[in-house]
Design a protein around this ligand. Structure first.
Ligand code: FES
Ligand SMILES: [Fe+2]
Length: 420
């Protein structure tokens, strides 16, 4: 028996006519060849979030990102007012331009210019080649033609996005569309306390993302971590979200208020550390006052509202919580069955030592929660790779999973059509 009203068509899935209700194949998550197509069709032409503006607060601050799904490394740098991105490749003979101790690893720092570690060519923050060692030994070399190769770069709500297409088919704002633009006025820029972690996992990037597109698994994978209201809902029949919404390739799932109140845990689920720090799985018990939130945070107008998890196709998600903090997920494939998962937890700067400890407790609990998913997903990948079963049923609480695989496949199909 549904606890919340479903759309007039009878289900969230049927509400969106491009989706059907049949079992789906997960061959898109087990095939090497398919992954190669996804790199071209998705990662080399979608807008990808690569950082936040706070990571490049003043001119000359930079960071590099390794993006194996696009076969490249990039430099993101602030040049005056502008945030720019370039392929991290020296134009002389292809040496990776910016790296520290190990060429494969990401790095960050401040520079007035970038100097190649091989023969010393130099580049300005705008990418222009400014110095060639023994320039007169070259043959008709015009430095102006040897600047770094730029990557399209734009920002939204302080998040830095890049696009590897020669000419992106849509601007970043058009790509995001009205639903995601609706989160723009959330005070992301004030929430500068950040805790970050990175995990390698042996699962396809979509399989991993799937576990964060539905909460149908929460009663099982995260058993023993349910605040009272969530436990009551589960006992009464299982997890149900009051609102799902799709917009272009993106999606959101909203949950009702009170489900994620770690300050309303049944006593047997509260750890001594939670009590001591007055914080835990779903954030500090004291709610941060962020003022009135933009209406786009709660597109289904759910009252009371608890959480909105916005999926930015293809590999980024922002989860905004009732308690006044947010976290992000990112799924970077490294092969057809492996990925790097990046988790970030953001909140207002702590005003006291005890607040600081509370923030750290929340971040650590969140990491533990995410790793419960990661562990399960390696097991899922093994199951689907066995190749024994070819069709998998999805329920209505898994509508975002269905939509996600559909959108990814659609892009591969478009790409294949384009290439004939
Ligand atoms: S490869 Fe960079 S200067 Fe030669
Ligand atoms: Fe989970």
């Amino acid at each position: 028996m549904a606890r919340y009203p479903k759309p007039a068509e009878g289900s969230w899935t049927q509400h969106y006519p491009h989706l059907d209700t049949k079992p789906i194949s997960f061959e898109d998550s087990t095939s090497r060849e398919w992954y190669e197509l996804e790199k071209e069709a998705i990662f080399k032409r979608s807008w990808l979030k690569v950082g936040r503006v706070e990571e490049v607060p003043k001119s000359g601050r930079y960071f590099t990102r390794e993006i194996p799904a696009a076969d490249t490394s990039i430099i993101v740098v602030r040049d005056g007012e502008d945030v720019r991105a370039f392929h991290n490749i020296c134009r002389h003979r292809g040496n990776k331009l910016v790296w520290s101790d190990f060429p494969q690893e990401e790095t960050a720092g401040t520079a007035r210019q970038f100097t190649c570690k091989y023969h010393g060519w130099r580049y300005g923050l705008d990418g222009a080649c400014t110095f060639v060692q023994q320039e007169s030994e070259f043959f008709d070399l015009d430095k102006a033609e040897y600047g770094l190769v730029p990557v399209h770069c734009d920002t939204f709500a302080g998040f830095i996005f890049v696009n590897f297409a020669d000419q992106p088919s849509q601007s970043l704002r058009d790509y995001l569309g009205p639903m995601l633009l609706g989160v723009e006025d959330y005070p992301f820029h004030e929430m500068t306390d950040r805790y970050a972690f990175k995990v390698e996992c042996r699962a396809n990037w979509k399989v991993f993302s799937d576990a964060f597109l539905e909460f149908y698994h929460a009663p099982v994978v995260h058993v023993g971590q349910h605040p009272r209201a969530l436990r009551a809902m589960i006992t009464a029949g299982g997890y149900e979200a009051p609102h799902y919404q799709l917009d272009g390739p993106h999606g959101v799932v909203t949950t009702a208020g009170s489900l994620h109140r770690s300050w309303e845990m049944p006593p047997e689920n509260v750890k001594p550390a939670d009590l001591a720090t007055r914080s835990g799985l779903f954030g500090p018990w004291e709610q941060s006052d962020l003022g009135e939130l933009p209406p786009g945070i709660n597109p289904g107008k759910i009252n009371p509202w608890g959480l909105s998890s916005f999926q930015f196709f293809p590999n980024f998600a922002i989860l905004i919580w009732e308690a006044g903090w947010y976290n992000t997920h990112q799924y970077w494939p490294t092969s057809h069955n492996s990925l790097i998962f990046e988790g970030n937890v953001y909140s207002l700067p702590a005003k006291s030592a005890s607040e600081r400890v509370g923030r750290e407790m929340a971040a650590v609990s969140f990491k533990e929660y995410s790793l419960q998913d990661a562990n399960t997903l390696e097991a899922t990948q093994m199951g689907i790779e066995a190749g024994v079963i070819h069709q998998w049923p999805l329920n209505d609480q898994e509508v975002l999973v269905r939509h996600f695989h559909h959108e990814a496949a659609q892009r591969v199909a478009d790409y294949q059509r384009e290439k004939g």
